[in-house]
Design a binder for this molecule. Structure first.
Ligand SMILES: *Cc1c(COP(=O)(O)O)cnc(C)c1O
Length: 413
């Protein structure tokens, strides 16, 4: 038997049944009509936002929408955060549709097409520029349509977020411009008459170690000051990135966000003068929504092969790629997993939960310990609120899209 990650403490069982928000998992499946089903519990997202506010007073919070772009969820989150970060014109449109003020939307990401730049400039969205070439294209498009573009510069930092699952800074990277190119581009943006919005410094994702985040944030503030001094321009806004992780695997510990917030407050209290009037932002995806989601999938077959028991479910990696270990992880480990109905006895058996795709990588639980399960029982995979439905190859094998419900207590949003 192999260990699985910790089930988030937000979930309760009532009479042996998994509760999500104010109803049983079974009740949500009835409401949706079928499995596989993602359920996103807004109350858990609200709790995370409240925790952020308590730990990071005076720092703005942006939602990185690529973690979960389900429209009802974005709409529910939009009034609770200070901005939304998007990575395509499609995401930008969803943020606008959710009612977010265009001036509070920023658009980062490599490979922005001319029509995406034009859409953002037209709407008044801030572009986090990824290169000098992109800066020139944005300036030309702004002139062409008679609009003043709102432009920030994304920096490829000269440090990395230590221990992070996905490194997005340090060394050669397709993201942002190298620090030594930044001052010249800032000067060009300002000279061209664009509205200069400041700097974006994102060093990585999925960090659980507060010391690593504290160091990265201090380095980001120092780098923002140094580049601003070089360019001779005070940035109205500094996006410090995010990278807050959640515990996915056995022995992972939740991030101590209070420690990170306290250290950042110290860093900002003694910041260089050129950053005095800047607004500081942290952009978070998975930490806000990851633990709020559960993926529910029904067992359609139970079989034994060479002594191993397989529970074959109606979902799979086409909906929950990350749980199969094929989205940004090197070694496959088990996400938290359970049955939605627990029998009275505590007996568990060693089973592998596999998806319905005809590929050996479609494994959602590898030798996990579950109570004896039969065909028709439902498996819950936790941490399905981020990088689930939208980050999985849904077209692979032609199965239908999963259901998605955003819930608030006993209501569907
Ligand atoms: C993906 C991404 C995020 C969100 O990362 P999480 O790990 O989900 O918090 C934030 N900022 C940028 C620039 C990103 O690319």
């Amino acid at each position: 038997m192999k260990a699985a990650g910790p089930i988030p403490p937000d979930y309760q069982w009532r009479d042996g049944e998994l509760m999500i928000g104010g109803r049983t998992a079974a009740a949500w499946i009835d409401a949706a009509g079928d499995t596989p089903l993602f359920v996103y519990d807004l109350n858990i997202v609200r709790d995370r936002i409240a925790r952020f506010r308590a730990a990071f007073s005076g720092v703005s919070l942006h939602y990185a929408v690529k973690a979960n772009p389900h429209p009802p969820l974005i709409k529910a989150i939009a009034p609770l955060v200070d901005g939304i970060d998007v990575a395509s014109a499609g995401e930008a449109q969803r943020a606008l549709d959710a009612g977010m003020d265009a001036r509070r939307i920023s658009f980062a990401g490599p490979g922005k097409r001319d029509r995406e730049l034009a859409m953002a400039i037209e709407a008044g969205i801030t572009l986090n520029l990824e290169s000098g070439n992109e800066a020139d294209r944005a300036l030309a498009i702004g002139r062409g349509i008679g609009r003043t573009p709102r432009l920030a510069l994304r920096i490829n930092p000269d440090f990395e977020l230590k221990g992070s699952g996905m490194k997005m800074g340090g060394g050669a990277k397709p993201f942002g411009v190298d620090a030594d190119q930044a001052a010249a581009i800032i000067a060009r943006i300002v000279a061209a008459g664009a509205e200069y919005r400041g700097l974006h410094i994102f060093a990585g994702s999925q960090a659980l170690d507060p010391a690593a985040l504290i160091e990265a944030q201090a380095s980001a503030v120092a780098l923002a000051a140094r580049l601003s001094e070089e360019a001779g321009v005070a940035p109205p806004h500094v996006n410090l990135g995010g990278g807050f992780g959640i515990p996915h695997f056995a022995n992972d510990l939740a991030l101590d966000e209070v420690a990170v917030g306290a250290a950042l407050a110290d860093t900002l209290a003694s910041r260089p003068a050129i950053l005095r009037d800047a607004e500081f932002t942290i952009e978070l995806g998975r930490w806000l929504v990851g633990e709020a989601g559960v993926y529910l999938t029904r067992i359609v077959d139970r079989k034994a092969s060479h002594g191993e028991i397989f529970l074959v479910v109606d979902g799979g990696l086409h909906h929950q790629l990350a749980a199969s270990g094929n989205f940004g992880t090197v070694v496959r480990r088990n996400y938290p997993i359970s049955l939605t109905k627990l029998p009275g006895s505590g007996m568990v058996e060693d089973v592998s939960v596999v998806g319905c795709l005809c590929t050996p990588i479609d494994r959602l639980g590898d030798h996990v310990g579950l109570p004896r399960a039969e065909v028709g029982d439902v498996v819950a995979l936790f941490l399905a609120g981020a990088y689930g439905a939208s980050a999985s190859p849904q077209a692979f094998l032609g199965h239908p899209a999963p259901g998605e419900l955003t819930i608030d207590g006993t209501d569907i949003l």
